[in-house]
Ligand binder design. Structure first.
Ligand SMILES: Nc1nc2c(ncn2[C@@H]2O[C@H](COP(=O)(O)OP(=O)(O)O)[C@@H](O)[C@H]2O)c(=O)[nH]1
Ligand SMILES: [Mg+2]
Length: 447
């Protein structure tokens, strides 16, 4: 994407009335606009109290002007910031005056887009700027701050560097045909590929947590009819969202509730009970239940603790999604509530009816996103990043396969190159205009 030369301007503070309102101007015309607008000369990076003048010399407003000459500014361009009074009419008047001096209105995210194009920050950092502004919890704000400071990008850059180095080595091995076999079978390449897979796997895990902090975790309630799925939805939502009866097969449609657990966003989905059915409506409900289960970040499998374990249902659930078994109705058995962590996942014993164990379950849900723990190591991430990491991982896996099975140097090198491309999309060293347009257009104006 080419950097255009227009000078852009926008009100950077939110709409409405406030103590201070800020207008930002970025581009070559910024110093000239300052010359026309102010009655004093600017000193770079010094707060200058000045009048903001209209073209007839009358005073529109007065306040602080700040000038950041290129390249030491947010966008990397000459930037002028005007801090006036925060009323929408007065700010509009000032903005119109700035536009009359040659600036044009900035598009959403255009300041940050310029910062990206001028190498002030990479794409993951630019996205983190928007994520920081939009954070709805302290944890997501902290992890967005991490990404913005480059913690995520640093790890990606390290991976890309390692991939490049290894690819160059493999390509060199191909050129020395006689020695190719030695180069590729001495174990070094294989060890390094295995190491790369481990590193990508680790970063994927953290990124996945970061994405859940940003977007919220999707939890699907699944299980046999009458296990207590709808009761749990109501208990978590704190109101009667779903109909609860002792008639098996009450829930057919999918029910969705957006819930905050102490500030952690959670999407809870109630589904039809899983069982063999001849009823066309119930069958459709069960089909939809499976569809939601496949898309979940976590499955809560509701089990009536007073009944035998539903092995038949367990085998129909995806193996790559986290499952927590909820043994409900412990009040019928006189058991006390508890939660156990096993290799296969967690098991939680509770009674939705008496409320015993619900708090344990909530803690468990927060913990599985790392919400309760310190967010020291978590950086914010988006679905796009997870997808790029997944592709990168697959290409490196494929490289390992090529090496072990066919010892085909060219194919190994090609897989490593593809992995490099996938990962570089995260920081934006390789991107398309489409992607940039999509990312920056979702920003607010003035950022
Ligand atoms: N004794 C007891 N009954 C419960 C408990 N949780 C739910 N139930 C009852 O189990 C029946 C089925 O509940 P429901 O939430 O509709 O189950 P679903 O079919 O899985 O959605 C209802 O009569 C509930 O009142 C519990 O913890 N203890
Ligand atoms: Mg139900």
């Amino acid at each position: 994407m080419l950097l255009n030369q227009d000078t852009i301007a926008a009100i950077a503070t939110p709409l409405g009335n406030g103590g201070v309102g800020i207008i930002r101007i970025s581009g070559n015309l910024a110093p000239e606009i300052a010359g026309q607008l102010l009655n004093k000369s600017l000193i770079p990076r010094y707060a200058l109290f000045s009048s903001f003048l209209d073209n007839d010399g009358s005073v529109i407003d007065s306040g602080i002007a700040l000038y950041f000459p290129s390249p030491a500014s947010y966008t990397g361009e000459d930037t002028l910031e005007l801090q006036g009074h925060g009323g929408s009419v007065i700010l509009d008047m000032l903005l119109r005056r700035v536009l009359s001096l040659g600036a044009r209105l900035a598009n959403p995210g255009e300041f940050t887009e310029r910062a990206f194009l001028n190498n002030k920050l990479d794409l993951a950092q630019a996205e983190a700027v928007a994520d920081l502004i939009e954070s709805s919890t302290e944890q997501s704000a902290r992890s967005a701050q991490k990404s913005m400071q480059g913690v995520f990008s640093e790890q990606i850059n390290k991976l890309v560097d390692e991939l490049t180095e290894l690819r160059v080595y493999v390509e060199a091995a191909i050129d020395f045909v006689d020695e190719e076999i030695d180069f590729l079978t001495d174990g070094m390449v294989e060890n390094r590929i295995v190491g790369l897979l481990e590193s990508i796997g680790q970063i994927r895990k953290t990124a996945q947590q970061g994405r859940l902090l940003r977007d919220g975790m999707t939890v699907v309630l699944a299980g046999k009819p009458n296990a207590g799925k709808s009761s749990l939805l109501n208990a978590l939502a704190g109101h009667e969202a779903a109909i609860v009866t002792d008639i098996a097969g009450t829930t057919r449609d999918i029910l969705r509730e957006r819930i905050q657990l102490d500030g952690m966003p959670l999407h809870v989905i109630d589904t039809a009970g899983l069982r063999e059915s001849d009823n066309a409506i119930e069958k459709e409900g069960i089909r939809r239940a499976h569809e939601e289960i496949r898309k979940a970040d976590k499955i809560l499998l509701l089990i009536d603790a007073s009944e035998p374990e539903p092995q038949d249902i367990l085998t129909t659930l995806p193996t790559d999604i986290d499952i927590t078994k909820i043994y409900n109705k412990i009040d019928l058995l006189g058991l006390s509530s508890s939660i156990q962590q096993t290799e296969q996942g967690a098991s939680c014993y509770l009674s939705i009816k008496t409320g015993a164990g619900l708090e344990l379950l909530k803690q468990h849900l927060k913990q599985s996103v790392g919400f309760n723990e310190s967010t020291d190591n978590i950086f914010i991430a988006r679905r796009r990043h997870i997808e790029a990491l997944r592709k990168g991982y697959e290409h490196v896996s494929s490289a390992l396969n090529q090496l072990q099975i066919s010892q085909a140097g060219e194919l190994v090198a090609e897989d490593l190159r593809q992995a490099q491309i996938s990962l570089a999309e995260i920081t934006g060293t390789i991107t398309s205009d489409d992607l940039l347009g999509k990312i920056f257009s979702s920003f607010c104006i003035g950022k």
